[in-house]
Design a protein around this ligand. Structure first.
Ligand code: AHG
Ligand code: MN
Ligand code: MN
Ligand code: MN
Length: 298
């Protein structure tokens, strides 16, 4: 089975980008190993006002040191940092955006969580998602699975017993489908959001919502459907962050034939105003996103 490095070389990746992707994706192993000794909460909050899990902090600090020591990264935006961190000694022009641990509320109940990473080659972590050079996520489930795109389709790899990533599937095409999940309390949904959800339920939609964006998206990538974290009647920005959640996942979705929107426009066309810029998010099969935007235009 093709290794990650073999795939990246065949996709024509510049060597420094291949090195960076191999380096970051390899951190899935130490992050998995860190679960057992990072079950608690750190007693601190991040800039999104969320209580930080110990593993949020550990993963953030671990990957940050790896990136700094690599000399490949000029700046880093992370969910667990208030501002962009600059690495003055970098010899390359990559900017990284990351959610080091997505699905933090699931750490203590041993459900699937992940790490989301986007890589820009223009040195600017607050670029539009459409300008990403590469996007990937590691999903910590029964297997450790890496889902990645370098702009030439989406490929999945599983980490084998030696720590090597072996290709599972690709190019992955997101089908139309009926899996749906939505954040926000049902009682607080807007009429348009409710209309959208009901239109899926009427067709026999399957509710799948775990509390981890990465895990829920991975299922939609395979089976088709939509993940929603909408604006609600009392919160018009939603919960997820544009720079390090929506953009990398949206870039992957688009590369697989899906789409990402806030109901009005593709989120990949919106420039993040700050690292913790929050946005309503709908990501999934292109037919459902098209329907969503029609409902929002009514
Ligand atoms: P994170 O753990 O990185 O803060 O992300 C959590 C996000 C997303 O992964 C998940 O789908 C959503 O928050 C769950 O939010 P609710 O608990 O409000 O449903
Ligand atoms: Mn969080
Ligand atoms: Mn997250
Ligand atoms: Mn997170």
């Amino acid at each position: 089975m093709t290794t990650l490095r073999e795939y990246l070389d065949s996709a024509g990746c510049e060597p420094a980008l291949s090195d960076l992707i191999v380096l970051i994706s390899a951190q899935a192993a130490p992050i998995r190993d860190a679960f057992i000794s990072n079950q608690s909460y750190a007693g601190t909050e991040n800039s999104s006002g969320e209580e930080q899990a110990a593993l949020d902090v550990w993963s953030d600090e671990h990957i940050t040191k790896i990136l700094e020591d690599s000399g490949l990264v000029k700046e880093l935006a992370s969910e667990e940092k208030p501002d962009i961190l600059k690495f003055p000694g970098a010899t390359e022009n990559y900017a990284v955006v990351m959610d080091p641990l997505d699905g933090s509320s699931l750490i203590q109940v041993n459900l699937c969580v992940g790490t989301i990473v986007g890589i820009y080659d223009n040195g600017d972590a607050l670029s539009k998602g459409e300008d990403l050079r590469a996007a990937m996520y590691m999903l910590y489930g029964p297997m450790t699975v890496l889902t990645i795109t370098v702009g030439k389709g989406v490929f999945t790899f599983a980490m084998d017993e030696t720590g090597e990533y072996r290709m599972l599937d690709g190019p992955v095409k997101m089908p139309e489908g009926k899996i749906y999940g939505s954040g926000g309390l049902n009682k607080d949904w807007t009429e348009k959001h409710r209309n959208f959800i009901e239109s899926i339920e009427k067709e026999g939609g399957k509710l799948r919502y775990s509390g981890s964006f990465v895990a829920d998206f991975h299922q939609i990538l395979k089976y088709g459907g939509v993940y929603c974290y909408p604006a609600t009647i009392d919160n018009n920005t939603g919960k997820l962050r544009l720079a390090f959640e929506a953009n990398p996942i949206g870039f992957i979705a688009k590369q697989a034939g899906g789409a990402i929107s806030d109901g009005h426009t593709s989120l990949l066309e919106i420039k993040p105003e700050k690292p913790h810029h929050k946005t309503p998010i709908y990501v999934g099969s292109s037919g459902l996103i098209k329907r969503l935007e029609e409902i929002y235009r009514e």
